[in-house]
Unconditional design. Structure first.
Length: 192
């Protein structure tokens, strides 16, 4: 079984993110779920992004690094949207990563110092018409990452919702979320 460090999205540690973590736990995995916002949860994505901007995106990544420090290095890093920043940074820079799952976002690997590390498998999930994922460069970054390594998979889902895997938000898409969860569980079975 895998040991996972899961980072929430810009709206905070919502009940839907907790539910996703619980689904991984029910499958036998160990999940660490740090709260990068110290208890704050936002009703809208815009408010959450504004809060993240106030904190600073570099500080969000640093909070993720601090959350990882007491944990083993042999983790699978999972991020939802904003949480992809610390998840991807750690997967690329902290030796020992078993894998990464990037949901709703993907950053060009050069932002974290270079190419995707050899031997670290990665899954990327997003909707093909999501203004954030498809419209702001994340899909392009995901395609470039997949083209650069045989250890990467990109899964596109039909639709325009951003946080479609969070069961507590209006963007929730039960069919797409179920398929994402199934694919993540399959990935974790091989990464652990």
């Amino acid at each position: 079984m895998a040991e996972i460090l899961l980072f929430h999205h810009a709206q905070g540690l919502t009940p839907g993110v907790r539910d996703f973590a619980d689904s991984l736990r029910r499958a036998g995995h160990t999940v660490h779920l740090p709260d990068l916002y110290a208890g704050r949860v936002f009703d809208s994505l815009d408010d959450g992004v504004a809060h993240a901007g106030d904190i600073g995106f570099g500080e969000i990544i640093e909070r993720g690094r601090r959350a990882a420090e007491p944990l083993p290095t042999t983790l699978v890093y999972v991020g939802f949207s904003l949480g992809v920043l610390p998840a991807q940074a750690l997967a690329q820079t902290r030796p020992g990563a078993r894998g990464a799952v990037l949901c709703h976002a993907c950053i060009p690997p050069a932002e974290f110092g270079g190419e995707w590390p050899a031997g670290v498998p990665v899954q990327i999930h997003g909707m093909d018409a999501d203004d954030y994922f498809a419209g702001e460069g994340d899909l392009d970054a995901a395609r470039a990452l997949v083209a650069s390594t045989s250890d990467a998979e990109l899964f596109l889902y039909a639709g325009d919702r951003h946080l479609f895997a969070d069961s507590s938000l209006p963007d929730f898409d039960p069919d797409a979320a179920a398929l994402l969860t199934e694919r993540v569980l399959h990935f974790l079975d091989h990464a652990g």
